[in-house]
Structures are given as structure tokens and as C-alpha cells.
Design a protein around this ligand. Structure first.
Ligand SMILES: Cc1ncc(C[n+]2csc(CCOP(=O)(O)OP(=O)(O)O)c2C)c(N)n1
Ligand code: SF4
Ligand SMILES: [Mg+2]
Length: 294
């Protein structure tokens, strides 16, 4: 029998074959640190499948299931229902899916899970493209980012999945970032204790897909928040609370310039992106109940 106490610290083994500087590896370690071993994980195809593993091998020291891109939320809801029949309210069911699996291919199952009010913690790790199959653009790829299916830059805006999730009236939805681990862990704890569906949307740097030096992974994710390109906030029982600043932000070029996927942008493109950020930040600030703390 497997004895968790006799293993190295943490629920994710060392030596996982993610790329150097992968933000996904960083966040899954911290998320499972908070959730603990009483967790069952559901992972669809994508880079996170590097954790669920191949054949008989897995990097995870918790039970889990690898499903399809379409049905992560449906599988998680079924597992939850089974545990409820057994009276196992103490077990967290974690769905851990990429942006493609969430905002595009799995959105129908996710919407149904939210509507039915299933007590599942659904995490979307957002590396902003279909990375595992060769960096194809997804519904969460940002405006103007180059991918293999949008080589000249994505012409449309990204879906705002956090707002879509919150619009279902679920008790807890929040954004987070791989560069703000304390904030992320607090949100995971809150989500774990939520009696109903909870949704975390985590900005997750991907050096391979975004085209930057892997050593810059955390500083680049931080730059996204410091420039307002990614905003940290929570929507709890319908009320919005900002966690990151909306004033004295750095210019968005600080975030865009180090990345290969934005290297084709003109000064005018950067100005347009800056203007969109400024406007969106105002909207969020006007909806917020508080002043940001980070
Ligand atoms: C219905 C369906 N379409 C396509 C695929 C092929 N596929 C496997 S993983 C993957 C990428 C998933 O992207 P995302 O969810 O963003 O995760 P990431 O690879 O970025 O971690 C794709 C397209 C599939 N498994 N199922
Ligand atoms: S392609 Fe990106 S998300 Fe996938 S393992 Fe590499 S760095 Fe991580
Ligand atoms: Mg992705």
C-alpha cells in the first residue's frame, strides 16, 4: 500500500517533464499543498496530462482520472455525486484544465456543472493557447498574440471566462496568477471551503508558447499584474473585490516586449492594447467594493 508519509514533501513528484520555467508546474504544486491528500483530480488532455502521466506512471500522489477535453466538469460532477452518496463531504474534487479545455471545448459541461450547483473546485490554468498540441490559438489567447493558427496576431478579443463563470451565480469565482502564490493559496483555501461550485482562473506563463527566457517566468507573470494586463479579483456571492492595484500601473509594453508572440506589434497596436486595459481597469474599479491590497 502506498504510504504518503514516506514520500518526499508534496503531492507532486519531482522530475516532471514540463518545459523549464513552466508556470503550470509551479501552480499545481502549490494548489495541491493547500488541498492536501484528500483530493481527487480530473485532468483533460493538455500539458497538465504530464502530471497525470503515461501508462502506469503518474507524478501525482493523489487519485485522479484523465478524461477528454469536452467533459472534465461532467466527470468531476459524477465523482462528486459518488462521494456524496458515500457521505464523503470531506473530499475535494478538483478539475484542473487548460484554457482550451475550459473556455472552448469543455465550456458546455462546465456551464452545466455550474448550473446544477455541484460542489467541485474547477481550476483553469490559462497559458493562453493550446500549448500541448503546438501552440494553436484558443478563445483565451489575447488580442494580437501570435500563435501557430494566428501567425499575424489573433484578430479577435479573448473570452472573459471568469465573468462567464460568475454570471452563472456560483458562490465563488476568482482570478489568480503564478506570480502571486500567497494570493493564489488563499483563494484555493476559500474555494475548497465553498459549499457549491467554485472557479479559479489562473494566469500561467508558458515560456515555450509565449517565446521568452524561462528564467523570466515569474517576473513576466508579475509584470502582467503590475501593468493591468491581468487583474487579480474575486467575485464572492456576486460581490466583486479587487486584489491587485488599478492605479499607478506600469505601461503594458513592459509585459509585451519580452515576449516573442508580441514582437510583431507596432507602437499603434501597443497603444490600442494600453487603451483597452485602461478602460477595463476603470470598469473593474467602479464595480469593486474595496481598494486593492497587492
Ligand atoms: C476534442 C479534442 N480535440 C482536440 C484534441 C487534441 N488535444 C489534446 S491536448 C490539446 C490542447 C489542449 O489545450 P489546453 O486545454 O489549453 O491545454 P494546454 O495544452 O495549453 O496545457 C488538444 C487540442 C483532443 N484531445 N480532443
Ligand atoms: S508548453 Fe508551456 S505549459 Fe506546456 S509544459 Fe511547456 S512551458 Fe508548460
Ligand atoms: Mg492552454
Amino acid at each position: 500500500m502506498y504510504d504518503i508519509k514516506n514520500t518526499a514533501k508534496g503531492l507532486v513528484a519531482h522530475g516532471v517533464s514540463t518545459c523549464a520555467g513552466c508556470g503550470l508546474e509551479l501552480i499545481i504544486r502549490h494548489i495541491l499543498d493547500v488541498l492536501g491528500e484528500n483530493t481527487v483530480i480530473v485532468i483533460p488532455p493538455g500539458c497538465a496530462a504530464l502530471f497525470s502521466g503515461y501508462g502506469k506512471e503518474t507524478a501525482l500522489r493523489i487519485p485522479g482520472f484523465q478524461g477528454n477535453l469536452e467533459n472534465t466538469a461532467a466527470i468531476a460532477a459524477g465523482i462528486r455525486a459518488g462521494f456524496e452518496v458515500q457521505g464523503r463531504h470531506d473530499i475535494t474534487v478538483l478539475a484542473f484544465a487548460g484554457d482550451g479545455a475550459t473556455v472552448d471545448i469543455g465550456i458546455q459541461a462546465l456551464s452545466g456543472m455550474f448550473e446544477r450547483g455541484e460542489r467541485v473546485l474547477y481550476v483553469c490554468y490559462d497559458n493562453e493557447a493550446y500549448m500541448n498540441t503546438g501552440i494553436q490559438g484558443s478563445g483565451s489567447t489575447p488580442f494580437m498574440a501570435a500563435t501557430t493558427t494566428t501567425p499575424g496576431g489573433k484578430p479577435s478579443r479573448r473570452k472573459n471566462m471568469l465573468e462567464i463563470a460568475a454570471a452563472h451565480g456560483i458562490p465563488y469565482a476568482a482570478s489568480a496568477s503564478a506570480a502571486y502564490i500567497d494570493d493564489l493559496k488563499k483563494k484555493v483555501e476559500k474555494a475548497k471551503n465553498t459549499d457549491g461550485p467554485s472557479y479559479l482562473h489562473i494566469h500561467t506563463p508558458c515560456p515555450t508558447g509565449w517565446g521568452f527566457d524561462p528564467a523570466l517566468s515569474v517576473s513576466l507573470a508579475r509584470a502582467a499584474v503590475q501593468t493591468g494586463a491581468w487583474v487579480l479579483y474575486e467575485i464572492e456571492k456576486g460581490k466583486l473585490k479587487l486584489n491587485s492595484k488599478t492605479t499607478k500601473l506600469k505601461p503594458v509594453s513592459d509585459y509585451l516586449k519580452p515576449q516573442g508572440r508580441f514582437k510583431h506589434l507596432s507602437d499603434k497596436d501597443i497603444q490600442d492594447i494600453q487603451q483597452e486595459i485602461d478602460e477595463y481597469i476603470q470598469v473593474l474599479a467602479s464595480r469593486s467594493e474595496n481598494q486593492a491590497v497587492i
